[in-house]
Structure formats: structure tokens, C-alpha cells
Ligand binder design. Structure first.
Ligand code: ATP
Ligand code: MG
Length: 419
């Protein structure tokens, strides 16, 4: 037997309804917020991710699925959705469209990580990308989208954490302050943090090790280093969150793992998924488009980890409104199979989900099957039904039956479905 690769998962027929439920809800919310879908390839030139995400990040230095194709080019399976959208925006001159432009994606992502609950090597993200404006109203719109999506999906106990990490100018002063603070303490810190000290001191605030965490708790706060413009942007955003009634906490330790962020960074976090509690991460990245060769463009966005919200929804007992077939049409004996097929065709044409016995099983076995597939109603076709042109529609959950003329089956089923 050949096994599935480590860190990947099949979505089985018993589970796919839940994915479709989540995806269709998210698409509907995207429509409400005037966002349109963008689809980009599963792989890109490696350079795109190195340049945009940054080579000092965990994603680029440790987690990428990078390989040489047969033409000797280095390509990488996308570890996230934002950089490919930026590449496409520039390459297709999407700045010529009316801005701001709101786009969303649903995509698989690939990261070589140690698999555990809520952490896979192939996982899926829903993301929003808002291009072409630096106004904090768009930060708000984006956060409001994520908030309404998570609430709309029925999840509880998720908290929004917001921070600003400033622009390159104020961040420079801040990282200097961080280096002076951490330098004398570096010996006590983990090896990863020793590396981060040189390459990406902001990430020292993000370490999960208890010792590093307690050292980091005394570090200088970015809030004290923001320049006037970044401060005003952040204050406006938080006042908009207040006036829109979106609950949040300010959290100095939210720095996000990728280099391209500027100013706003945020996460939606739950306590209910252990260490993998971040269900959504996002922020502003005003320098990303110029980094991949375009004109400076204000951008803000987020990504929701779909496996994590699925886990949380299952844990919290959210009703996925699972779809079931409306009718299973059964034949008294295989000689009525053609008649059953005709009835099923009529039902399907009328928009009723219907199926029928095609393997010649006994009536008893057909009832068992109808129960297994959770059909709402059952219809049995036999000698007397054909002769009288009358059938019985049986409610398979409570056993009640009602008479119906052959010609009225579809109309009657439609009534039942809508009523
Ligand atoms: P974490 O700190 O958990 O590693 P991250 O900061 O690397 O998350 P992002 O790059 O912000 O994650 O990705 C956005 C979202 O995608 C995360 O909030 C999470 O829900 C999800 N996600 C990230 N990595 C994985 C993974 N390996 N498996 C499943 N979901 C993931
Ligand atoms: Mg990560």
C-alpha cells in the first residue's frame, strides 16, 4: 500500500460537505464586501518568496518546498497567498483597474513543518487582499471582513489582537532599541533567538520558549517608537474598531512572521486549539508591491487557516447544515429499475436531489442503503404502483407516508423541500 505523504490530508466524501460549507460562506461574505476572486499558480519562481517574505523568516529559511524543475529553474510551492497576488497585480497591471481593488483567494499552501494538530505540510487558506490605498479605513474594512467571517461561521471565543509595527523609519529605531535590550541577555536565549537577533530582531518577541518569552516581556514596546504618521494611522484604526463594535486587545507582541508587514498587524486567536491558536493573521504591507517590481501601493490583507477553523468549528459543535439526498427511489424487484430511473430523472430535472437502486439489491438492502446515505424520503416502485399510477412518499425519519400520483412526484417533493 502506498501512503499519503506526511503532513497532508485527504478530504473524504464524509468531510467535503464541511469544506464546501465554509468555502461558500466565505465566498458569500466576499460578495458582500465587494471582493472578487483571484487564482494564481500553485508554484512560483523561488525568488518571489525570498524577496517578499524575506530570507530571515522561518518560512523562507526552513519551510519552503523548493525544487529545480526539468529546465533547471528553481520553483517553490506557494507557502502563502499574498506574494503571488502581488506578483500578479504587477505583472497584469491591475493598478489600471479602479482602486482600491479587493481580491480574495482560496488556496492550498505548502510548508515543510513538523506535522501536529493544526499544523500540516499542505494546508489551505482563505485570504483577502485590498490593494491601492493607505487609509486606515481599509485596515478596518479588512479586519471587519475577517471578524464577520469568523462570527458568521458560528465560532465563539476568538479574540482580535492588534498592533502596529510602524514603517521602516520608525522600525529602525525600534530594532536598535531591541538589540540593545536583548544583547546582554542573549546567552540565556534559545539558538533560534540567537539567529533572530542578527537577522530579524522583531521576531525575538514572537518566540514560544518560556525563557525567551519571559525575557521578551520586559523588552521595549514598539508603541513608544512609532513616528507621528504611524501613530495617527494606528489611533484611527483603533477608534474605528471601537465605533464599529469590533472587540480587540492591543498586543505589543504581535509582530507576524513575514518581513513584508508595515504598520497594522493583527491576529485572531483562540485558546481552544492549544499552541496552534492563531486562526487568522494579517496586516498592512505597503512596501510589498514595490518589492516585487511595481509602483508603491498601499495594501492590507489577511489569511484564515481553513484547517484550524474547521477544527474549532467541530470542537464547538457548529452546525454545518450537512446536505443529504432528498429522495431514494427503490424498486420492488430489478424489473422496475427502468421505471425508477425515469422517476429519478424527472426529480433531478426539477432540482430535487435523487438517487435510485442500480445494483439489483433486495428491498431490505435498499432501505438500509437509503438510511446510510441519509435520504430524507423513500419511494418504492412495484407492480401495484405501476398499475395504479399512485405511489407512496415515505418520510424515512419518522416513517409517515403519503399518497401521490406518478405525475405529481416532482411537484410534491419540491413543496416538501421548500416547506
Ligand atoms: P503559526 O505561528 O501558527 O506558525 P504563521 O504566522 O506561520 O502561523 P501565517 O503565515 O500568518 O501563519 O498564515 C496564516 C494562517 O494560516 C495561520 O494563522 C494559520 O491559521 C494557518 N497556518 C499557517 N501555517 C499552517 C500550517 N502549517 N498548517 C495549518 N495551518 C497553518
Ligand atoms: Mg508558521
Amino acid at each position: 500500500m502506498i501512503n499519503i505523504p506526511k503532513g497532508t490530508k485527504d478530504v473524504l466524501p464524509t468531510e467535503s460537505g464541511r469544506w464546501q460549507y465554509i468555502e461558500s460562506k466565505l465566498r458569500r461574505i466576499a460578495r458582500l464586501y465587494n471582493a472578487r476572486e483571484i487564482r494564481t499558480p500553485v508554484f512560483e519562481h523561488t525568488e518571489l518568496f525570498v524577496r517578499s517574505i524575506g530570507d530571515g523568516t522561518d518560512v523562507v529559511s526552513k519551510e519552503m518546498y523548493t525544487f529545480e524543475d526539468k529546465g533547471g529553474r528553481s520553483v517553490t510551492l506557494k507557502p502563502e497567498g499574498t506574494a503571488p497576488v502581488a506578483r500578479s497585480f504587477v505583472e497584469n497591471s491591475l493598478d489600471a483597474m479602479s482602486l482600491p481593488l479587493k481580491m480574495y483567494y482560496i488556496t492550498p499552501c505548502f510548508r515543510y513543518e513538523r506535522p501536529q494538530a493544526g499544523r500540516l505540510r499542505e494546508f489551505h487558506q482563505f485570504g483577502l487582499e485590498v490593494y491601492g490605498a493607505t487609509s486606515p479605513y481599509l485596515d478596518l474594512d479588512c479586519i471587519s471582513f475577517a471578524y464577520n467571517a469568523l462570527v458568521g461561521l458560528g465560532m465563539k471565543n476568538i479574540m482580535l489582537h492588534v498592533n502596529s509595527i510602524g514603517c521602516p523609519t520608525c522600525r529602525k529605531n525600534y530594532t536598535d532599541a531591541l538589540r540593545s535590550y536583548f544583547k546582554p541577555k542573549l546567552d540565556e536565549m534559545c539558538d533560534t533567538c540567537k539567529e533572530r537577533f542578527e537577522r530579524n530582531p522583531l521576531r525575538l518577541l514572537d518566540c514560544k520558549s518560556p525563557v525567551c518569552k519571559s525575557i521578551a516581556s520586559g523588552a521595549p514596546k514598539i508603541a513608544d517608537y512609532l513616528c507621528d504618521d504611524c501613530r495617527a494611522h494606528h489611533d484611527k484604526l483603533t477608534s474605528l474598531l471601537d465605533s464599529c463594535g469590533i472587540p480587540y486587545v492591543r498586543d505589543d507582541n504581535i509582530v507576524r512572521g513575514l518581513d513584508y508587514y508595515t504598520r497594522t498587524v493583527f491576529e485572531f486567536v483562540t485558546e481552544e486549539l492549544g499552541a496552534q491558536g492563531t486562526v487568522c493573521g494579517g496586516g498592512r504591507y505597503d512596501n510589498l508591491v514595490s518589492e516585487v517590481g511595481g509602483k508603491p501601493t498601499g495594501c492590507v490583507g489577511f489569511a484564515i487557516g481553513l484547517e484550524r477553523i474547521l477544527m474549532l468549528m467541530e470542537k464547538q459543535g457548529v452546525d454545518f447544515g450537512e446536505e443529504r439526498p432528498d429522495v431514494f427511489v427503490m424498486s420492488q424487484s430489478p424489473v422496475f429499475a427502468d421505471e425508477c430511473l425515469k422517476i429519478v430523472a424527472g426529480l433531478r430535472a426539477a432540482g430535487i436531489s435523487a438517487d435510485t437502486e442500480m445494483t439489483g439489491r433486495s428491498l431490505k438492502a435498499q432501505f438500509k442503503y437509503a438510511d446510510k446515505i441519509k435520504a430524507s424520503y423513500g419511494i418504492v416502485i412495484g407492480e401495484s404502483e405501476i398499475a395504479s399510477k399512485q405511489i407512496k412518499i415515505k418520510n424515512l425519519s419518522d416513517g409517515t407516508e403519503e399518497e401521490c400520483a406518478f405525475g405529481d412526484i416532482a411537484a410534491r417533493m419540491k413543496e416538501k423541500k421548500n416547506g
